[in-house]
Each structure stands twice: as C-alpha cells, then as structure tokens.
Ligand binder design. Structure first.
Ligand code: GAL
Length: 895
C-alpha cells in the first residue's frame, strides 16, 4: 500500500528496528516518520459514501475506530498506542483537534511535542490505519473550555457557536489552518495520507434550540464553510439532526443501534461509543462492563451501522491544566481498553478484539447487502440476515442473533438450527450457521494491575526497608526543600480597583489563582456586638465556582468548594484593620453548555460581609487589589533552569503546611514499566517533573456508598452503574511519562495548598502481574481460527474446533508461575479461584508445562488435553491464574 519511494524508507526503518527493545523501536519508528515529511502512506484513494457505508477506494467498508487524543499522551507513547489499537482490530484512529493547545496565544501556533498533530497523523498512516480528524473546533471532550482558547472571549462582540461574525471569522481561520496543514503534509486520502473523514462542530444539536434561528443559520454556515475548504473527504456533524444534505450526521451515546441518519443517502455512523466515562474529583470510578459494550457494538452493526468509534480507546491523561470542568480529574482513563498508562485493560481489550474479528468475518456480506432481512425469533429475540442477494450463496450470508431480554437466556431456532442466546447478548454467525462469537461469553483474560512501590523520595521508611534501599537512595537527594508562597500580593504586577471583577477577565486563565485583597475596619463596638449577640461576621457570596479560600490576617480560615454555589463563610476579625483576602480558584474551565463565553468563573451576584453592627458591608463597593497567579508560577520555580526561588531545607516538624512549594530529586525506576507518582499523602495542588506539568492533584475521597458488590452487565448502562473505588480517594496516582524522566536527579516540584506530607510521596511502577482466565467447553473456538478457514469452506463445522485459553503477559514480561489451574468445575473469580467437585489432577502440570517461562500460551479446552474426562456429562471449565514477571528478572529466556 505504500508508495515505492516510501517503501524504501520503510525498509531501512525496519532493518534498523530489529533490536528487541521496545523503547529502541519506538525511537527509530519516530525518527523514520519525522524524516519523511511529505511521504505518502497509501496509494492515493478516494473516500465517499452511500446509504450503507463509507466507501473507500470504491469499496464499502465496515469500520472500527479507536479514539485517542494525541495531547493526552506523549509522542513517545503514540507508536505503541496506535500499534495496540491496530492489534485490537481498529481500522481507524479518531482524534479531536485541540484549538487551545495549538493557539493558546492568538496567532501563535504550537505544533510541538504533545501538540505535534502532523507527527501523530503520520504515525497513524505509517501503521496502515486511517484517521478521522474531528476539528470542531469546539470539542467538549472534558478539555479546558471545550477546546476554545480563552482569548476568544475577549474579541469584541463575540458570541460562541452561533451566527456571529467575529466568532465565525476565528473559527474559520483555525479550521482552515488545520485543513491546509493536513493538505500541505499530504495527509488526506486522495494524497496517499490516512485522513478519510473530518468533523465540524460537536454535538451542536444539543445546543441549537437555545440560539433560535441564529443557531440554524450557524449550522448551515459551518457546513458550507467546512465543505468550502476543499479537503476532499467527507465531513461529519455528530448529534446534528438538521445536518445539511452533504454532511453526514452521526450518533453519540452508549447505544446507537436505533439511530438513523437524516437522509437515505447517508450511512449510519457512531462517532462516540462511550465505553466508560470521565471522573470528577471526589467521584467514583466509572466502569462499563465489556459484555454490555460488545452487545452495543454488535447491535449497531446488526441493525445497519457501518462505522463505530470507541470514545475512548485510550483516554490518557489531562496533563498540565488541560482538564475541563467542573472538577474533572487529571486522569482521563475512561475505563478504556487501553488504560491511562498505555497498558491493556483486560478483558475489555481482548473481548473487543474478538468481537472485531467476528464483525470482520461478516464484512463481505454486510457490505454486499443494501439492507438486512429481519426475522423475529421470539418476543425479545431477533435476527438480522445480510446476503449479497436473496439467492446468494451460504458463504455470503452473515447473521446476528440478538436476545435483548435483560434477565433470561433464550433458545431460538434460526434457519432450521437451534441456538442458545444468553441474556442481553448478540451471537455473530458469519456464515449464517456457526456462532463464532457471543457478546456475553468472555473468554479473554482478565488482567490485574498492580502499582508497585519503587522508590520513596525520602528516607521516611521503616528501618528494615530502609537498609534494603538505602544504597539506591545515595545517588538521589534524600531531602525535601521548601519555600512558602506569599499570601496575597507578591509582585508589582497588581492593580487596585473598586468592586469585584470577573475571574477570567483578570486571569485570562494563565493561572488557576486570583487573589482579591482588601482591608476591613472593625470597631470595638462591632466586637462587643458579636459577643453579646453570639453572631459572627460572615463572607456571603451569591454564587461561586470552583474553590474559594478565605484568609484573615494571613491565616487560611475557610474554604468553599462547588460549582456556582452560595458562600456563607463565618470569619473572625480583630479590632482595627484586618486583611481580608479572597483567593478564587478554577479547577478546569467549563467545557459543555450554551453561551460559554458568558460563563466565566469566580464570583457572581452580591459579595457581602454580613453580621456587622451597622449592617452589611457591600464588598463590591470597596477597593480591592488584584494579583493573578502564584509567585512560584511566575518564577517558574518548577523549571530545571536556574530561578530565583529561595529554597530552604524542610524539616519533618515543618509539615503539614498550607500554600507551600516543595522540591526534591529522585532517580527513575529501572525498566520500562509506566511510572506514577503517589501523591495520596498530599492535599490539593499541582506537580511538575523536570519542568513538565504533570497536572493538578487533589486527594478527595469518593462517597462510601454507591458501588455494587457485583457488576451485572445486563440491561442498559449508565455512568452510575458498576462504579468502583467507593470510599477511596478518587485519584492518588499521577502518570509521569517515561520520556519525561532521566536516569537520575529528576526534579520534582509540588505546589501544595492545603497541607500534606511530602515525605510520604513515592514513585510507583504500574504493571500487570496477574492474569486470569476462565474458558469452558461451552465457549466458542477462537475467532481468529475462523478467519483462515471460513471463507474457503462455508460448511466448516463448529465441532472440528475446540475452545481455547490464551494467556499473555504485557510486553517484556513472562509467566513465572501458575498460581491456580483447574479443569473441571472451578469456582470463584480471579485471585479467588477454588476447585469444585470435579477437577482433573493434571490441570496444574498441563498448564505449567504449556505456559511457564513464556510470554503467551494457548491451551485447548478438551478432555484429551487434561488426560481424560474428569466428570462425564458435566460442562467443564478451565480456570487459571498466572503470575507475570519481567523477563529480565528470571533465568527463563523469553519465548
Ligand atoms: C460527548 C462529547 C465528548 C465528551 C463526551 C463525554 O457529549 O461530544 O466530547 O465530552 O460527551 O465524555
């Protein structure tokens, strides 16, 4: 598929990349891509569509797409993420374009590092995948301000996302910039690039009615503006029922099988299949069971869908201050098939891989048929049959059998054969006869990830442990240094005006923090009034977001947290002049909703001091001094360059302390496992490693209740179902990408607002150490086995193949031991398996023999493999728990 010129370059790349070390491969891969700036990745091809599907180079296609947002990972992570998406069965990578990442200052574009979108698109192309580029440029995405640069609010007369000339001008300028960039880099399909589709706007249909006729006109304008850019590939608008005829409207949601586009000439696309959900500070962790997710996907293709994108396939991390709001956490893991750290989440990734393979087996029939034949199989059971034509051969017939009953399995008869369908499931029959996959039968492994202690950053550990790692620590600083952040004014760059200013108008979002400083005179009469009447003066604000901290005479006296909540904060004054400081903070700007330009942050309505003898003091009538940001931010105290901060040694009795900077140095842990900082001992703040902004941190605990003991996949999913982590801090581990670390002397700087113990911060390694799997005789043989045989012989019988267990460790790891193995009727689940009444004595030896010392292994689920039938007439299951360890730690050679 590559052009000749590029083939040669690619061969050179490949020749160089034979080194087994993954890191080395990544680096070579990256340099290959960047060196060929105008290379083509495919023979140029056209993309069009009809009512059934996207048409690529003349052929209708059934497409699986994996959502990955480039700035939520590092360029060093991209090749592996794309490779894992491809291996998982994706044909397409989908990403938004993040306007405020590329143009945080108007007219100054940034396409470097995490924002190197051209490199990202080229990596997608070089891996042979297509790309769906969702330019927006409003993207929502739990991203700060929905992707809008904050300066956009300052353009005179601007109204976002409506028929407003200043807005349209800016929007068009950026969209054109991106389309032109992609064209210059030869990245559209007709140029031999991977881009097959674009998106303009994002879910505007949810907002449109608030804008009346202006909203309708805006939709028309956005469509024709986009088309006018001459990108030469189809444009999509998601959730836009009035999308014009030449733009495809698409569905977003947990289920899209009932979706029909607004014209017969358009295919059914699903731009966001929410395979998990995002998380707020203090919230539980969402989990969408893979049986339900697979059900939703299978139902979509069953009922005529032809393009489905996982939002997200890899969610990643909101580094820096990129998290949107209100209150979105730094992790954007999303319960996606690839976790925040780039490791596979199993069984999600594996089960979906099987699903994709099953759908691909049906692709010839799915694209050949203009529509499905519908057969009702029972009250809640139905079949959709796809054939090239009514009289088409058996081998060009594929069918999906669904049981949408939430509770019970069903036996159905389809084309003369009987099938058992588990509740809330779809069986896929690529030849209209054999079931190769059922969405509710998971035979992929489960992976248990552990976060292992690597290095403490200080010698605050028990004596035996300390002696064990003392030597390692000698190369790093054992100590923490500290410097206090001034409360209030810290530079000449402050100003004094009467009244309360809108937060974003002052900060321009250069910082989360805005200091409001004033003085309040308190008379002796006031003091005695408070005593006699047992009242306290109180700061009251009609409405506030996100965090307010109140300081009286330099002391933090109260904090209020909320999203447009009323503030009633009692305070204590002395007689005479008192310093009153209100620190307003943002924790990610609003990314969803109408009229975002008016939304703002900070305080709204009346701001008063109540409870005084002579009545309330209207704080919006007095003088306030404003100071934006922190001194440490301004000094770039976190930078590896020299700066003016006056650090002093931190003593253990100096903690916990509010509004304090801390720093230390640490060595990178050995190996290639992803690295996390455990900041669970800290309160709220931000962290930097070697000058890279890791993100905000905040140790807030999720509610104790609301997590179910068992997660039942059956029935419609919503983000409150199957949540985990009740009663624990929402986030304590913060991803530090490997490429931001050097071997030793890594600078860690923390800004802490509320007080925490830096001596307990540690560096952790994340890896998959336990893999488990349960496969029974009633499972289907591996889908991949059908891929080879099915199209040759449509009559292949299911009896000729046995189900299989397939275990694998993450890259660089091997199976060191089998902790549990039982072929028979084992009970329980991963890490809690036990033998049942029926157990083949050879179970452990068979599995150990097949797996130990290997990075992956397969075992057939048949009596013969286990030395005969351990219990006649009973359905047997093999349950295995295996331990994975780094291959470098063992005498085993990797296989
Ligand atoms: C959608 C939106 C996405 C994302 C998602 C929730 O409505 O289009 O950008 O915000 O919700 O994760």
């Amino acid at each position: 598929m590559h052009s000749k010129k590029n083939n040669r370059a690619l061969l050179q790349c490949l020749a160089l990349s034979v080194y087994p070390m993954m890191m080395m491969m990544m680096m070579i891969h990256l340099s290959c891509v960047s060196s060929s700036s105008a290379s083509t990745f495919f023979k140029p091809f056209n993309v069009s569509y009809d009512h059934r599907a996207i048409i690529i180079d003349g052929n209708r296609r059934m497409l699986i797409s994996a959502g990955i947002h480039y700035p939520r990972a590092t360029p060093e992570m991209w090749p592996d993420l794309i490779a894992k998406s491809k291996e998982g069965g994706a044909d397409v990578i989908e990403t938004y374009v993040f306007w405020n990442a590329h143009e945080s200052i108007r007219g100054q574009y940034n396409f470097k590092g995490k924002n190197d979108i051209v490199k990202f698109v080229k990596l997608v192309g070089s891996s042979g995948l297509y790309l769906h580029l969702r330019i927006g440029p409003y993207v929502c995405a739990e991203w700060n301000f929905g992707g809008f640069p904050v300066w956009l609010r300052d353009i005179p007369g601007i109204e976002f996302r409506t028929n407003n000339a200043p807005f349209k001008e800016e929007m068009q300028r950026f969209v054109k910039k991106i389309v032109d960039l992609m064209r210059e880099e030869m990245l559209f399909s007709w140029q031999g690039g991977p881009i097959i589709m674009l998106q303009i706007e994002n879910e505007y249909g949810n907002m449109e009615s608030s804008y009346g006729q202006q909203g309708k006109d805006y939709v028309k304008w956005a469509a024709s503006m986009a088309l006018g850019l001459g990108a030469g590939v189809p444009w999509v608008m998601c959730k836009q029922t009035d999308a014009p005829e030449n733009i495809i409207d698409a569905c977003n949601g947990y289920y899209c099988d009932g979706y029909k586009p607004n014209s017969y000439n358009k295919p059914t696309l699903w731009t966001e299949n929410w395979d998990g959900w995002y998380t707020t500070w203090g919230g539980r962790l969402p989990h969408r069971p893979v049986e339900d997710l697979a059900f939703a996907v299978a139902r979509f293709f069953q009922r005529g869908g032809s393009f489905m994108n996982y939002y997200m396939y890899f969610g990643g991390t909101n580094f820096g201050r990129t998290s949107g709001g209100p209150f979105y956490i730094t992790s954007y893991d999303y319960d996606a098939p690839i976790d925040e750290y780039g490791l596979l989440s199993e069984p999600k990734w594996g089960h979906l891989k099987d699903l994709h393979a099953a759908i691909k087996l049906c692709e010839p029939a799915l694209v050949a048929a203009d529509s499905a034949q519908y057969i009702k199989l029972g009250q809640n059971q139905e079949a959709h049959v796809y054939r090239a034509n009514r009289y088409g051969s058996q081998s060009n017939c594929s069918a999906f059998l669904a049981n949408i009953d939430e509770h019970t399995a069903a036996s159905v008869t389809f084309l003369g054969q009987s099938y058992t369908l588990p509740p809330w499931s779809v069986s896929i029959l690529p030849d209209c006869r054999n079931t190769v996959f059922n969405t509710a039968k998971v035979s992929s492994q489960t992976s248990i990830k552990t976060v292992e202690f690597s290095l403490p950053l200080s010698p605050n550990i028990s004596v035996p442990q300390q002696s064990m790692i003392e030597s390692k620590l000698s190369s790093t600083s054992k100590s923490w240094m500290t410097v206090k952040e001034p409360i209030g004014v810290w530079s000449e760059n402050n100003f004094t005006v009467q009244g309360i200013l809108e937060h974003l108008n002052v900060t321009k979002d250069y910082s989360d923090y805005l200091w409001h400083i004033t003085q309040i005179y308190v008379s002796d009469d006031d003091i005695s009034f408070w005593k006699t009447n047992e009242v306290r003066p109180t700061v009251t604000i009609d409405s506030m977001r996100d965090v307010l901290r109140v300081f009286i005479n330099g002391q933090l006296t109260g904090s209020v947290i909320g999203h447009w909540v009323k503030v009633v904060q009692p305070v204590q004054f002395q007689s005479g002049y008192n310093d009153l400081i209100l620190l307003s903070q943002t924790v990610g700007l609003q990314n969803y909703g109408t009229f975002l330009e008016k939304d703002g942050a900070g305080f709204r309505g009346q701001v008063k001091l109540t409870g005084f003898k002579n009545g309330d003091i209207d704080l919006s009538k007095i003088l306030w001094t404003y100071q934006v940001g922190l001194k440490g931010e301004f000094q770039q105290i976190y930078s590896i360059e020299e700066n003016e901060a006056e650090w002093t040694d931190l003593t253990r009795d100096g903690i916990p302390s509010t509004f304090t900077w801390y720093k230390t140095y640490f060595d990178a842990p050995d190996g290639i496992d992803p690295v996390a900082l455990d900041l669970g001992s800290m309160g709220k703040g931000q962290a930097w490693v070697n000058g890279h902004h890791i993100g905000r941190y905040w140790t807030v605990v999720a509610p104790k209740g609301g997590c179910q003991d068992t997660c039942d996949y059956r029935g419609a999913y919503n983000s409150d179902k199957c949540t985990t982590n009740c009663g624990n801090p929402t986030q304590t581990w913060y991803h530090v990408p490997r490429s931001w670390l050097q071997a030793s002397n890594n600078l860690l700087v923390i800004f802490e607002e509320t007080g925490g113990n830096p001596f307990e911060i540690s560096v952790k390694l994340r890896s998959t150490r336990i893999v488990c799997e349960q496969v029974s005789e009633s499972h289907y043989p591996p889908v991949r086995k059908w891929s080879n045989s099915y199209s040759v012989d449509g009559k292949l019988s299911i009896n000729k193949m046995a189900p299989e267990m397939h275990l694998h460790c993450q890259d660089g790891y091997i199976i060191s031991s089998i902790e549990f193995a039982s072929y028979g009727t084992p009970q329980g689940r991963c890490q809690k398996f036990s033998r049942g009444n029926c157990h083949a004595p050879m179970s452990l030896s068979v599995v150990s023999e097949a797996c130990q010392g290997k990075s992956s292994c397969s075992i057939g689920i048949t009596n013969a493999v286990f030395g005969g039938d351990p219990c006649r007439g009973i359905v047997k299951t093999l349950a295995v728990e295996a331990r994975c360890i780094p291959s470098s730690n063992t005498g085993f050679s990797q296989i």
